[in-house]
Design a protein around this ligand. Structure first.
Ligand SMILES: C[S@@+](CC[C@H](N)C(=O)[O-])C[C@H]1O[C@@H](n2cnc3c(N)ncnc32)[C@H](O)[C@@H]1O
Length: 313
């Protein structure tokens, strides 16, 4: 398994350019999508074609799309029916475009991961890639006020949903307990030696720094995973040896507001990437065996199969 560089050059182009023609309409509305190149880099670095990738909080399915396009198979779980349905359509779109892999999406609570995913796939996942929901203050896009006649800057697409039980809407301590539970279940899903890649970043709540990366590191250890690397995935491009920042309007606004209050904030232009390994040696790699049959049965469906809510299809 190759080692990765600790700085990932993942934003040579902007997020919309990376998504162009690869995601179905409506995908842009998710407030906290992973930059596609981050998922692609993790898949290319830690898996080989035919491997299985899992995202327990998959949003619109960026990790699935990038895995499928690199000829890996992918499983996603997402709590919100709206995002799960988009993830499912994005995964099918990637397969139909000749991606080489297939995907299945379950609309469910990731704390029930091992009940939702068929037992035939337990211990079969080679890579988990995921990102917990965090820091809603920097989410959202600016809505054009020309047609509506509204005054000032109007935000759109900054909510995951209105459901208070979505982990995006719970206090940080509760989120971390839940995320520890999710990582514990991911450990069951992983094959020995399999990796879990978690992207995260610090944010501020009423001026106070919330060091989510350190908390996620602790959550991974509590889940029985071994931290093996800590990397940086760039959200800024590199031109003539210099970083070219690509902050959103609301990131810039938050930084300006903070500086006005004397808080010396900088625009964050990277994600922290924490890489964990499931302890144990991978017997399958030492002694190759054919697991294709088991997997294809468990991959019967390419659509949103498990309904947390009625009508989640
Ligand atoms: C940071 S976003 C992930 C975005 C994703 N990587 C993408 O590119 O679209 C976190 C996701 O976790 C979902 N989520 C929140 N609580 C959850 C739960 N209990 N189980 C599964 N997903 C959950 C949210 O709805 C949100 O879509």
């Amino acid at each position: 398994m190759p080692c990765s560089d600790s700085v990932w050059n993942t934003a040579p182009t902007s997020a919309p350019a990376q998504r162009k023609d690869r995601y179905v309409p409506g995908s842009a509305a998710h407030p906290a999508k992973m930059l596609p190149q981050i998922a692609a880099h993790a898949v290319a670095t830690y898996t080989k074609p035919g491997d299985l990738v899992l995202d327990p909080m998959c949003g619109i399915g960026t990790t699935l799309v990038e895995a499928i396009r690199l000829s890996r198979n992918a499983l996603g779980v997402e709590y919100e029916p709206k995002w799960a349905s988009l993830a499912s359509r994005n995964a099918s779109f990637a397969s139909d475009a000749g991606g080489g892999g297939i995907g299945a999406v379950h609309c469910a609570d990731a704390r029930q991961l091992t009940e939702v995913i068929p037992t035939a796939l337990h211990g079969e996942v080679n890579l988990v890639i995921t990102s917990p929901p965090y820091g809603h203050s920097v989410h959202g896009q600016v809505r054009s006020t020309r047609e509506t006649g509204e005054r000032g800057v109007v935000k759109k697409d900054f909510r995951y949903s209105h459901d208070p039980t979505n982990l995006a809407h719970v206090p940080t301590a509760y989120l971390l307990d839940a995320f520890t539970e999710i990582l514990t279940q991911c450990r069951t899903m992983l094959s020995p030696g399999g990796k879990a890649v978690v992207t995260t970043r610090p944010w501020r709540e009423r001026g106070e720094l919330i060091d989510l990366p350190s908390a996620v590191l602790a959550a991974g250890k509590a889940a029985g995973l071994t931290p093996t690397e800590r990397c940086v995935a760039l959200l800024a491009g590199i031109r003539d040896g210099r970083l070219v920042a690509r902050p959103s309007f609301f990131q810039m606004k938050n930084v300006r507001d903070a500086r006005r209050q004397g808080i010396p904030l900088s625009v964050v232009q990277h994600e922290d990437v924490l890489i964990f390994t499931k302890p144990g040696r991978c017997a399958a790699r030492a002694q190759p065996c054919d697991r294709t049959a088991t997997r294809s049965t468990a991959f019967r469906s390419r659509t949103c199969t498990t309904g947390r809510h009625d009508g989640c299809r």
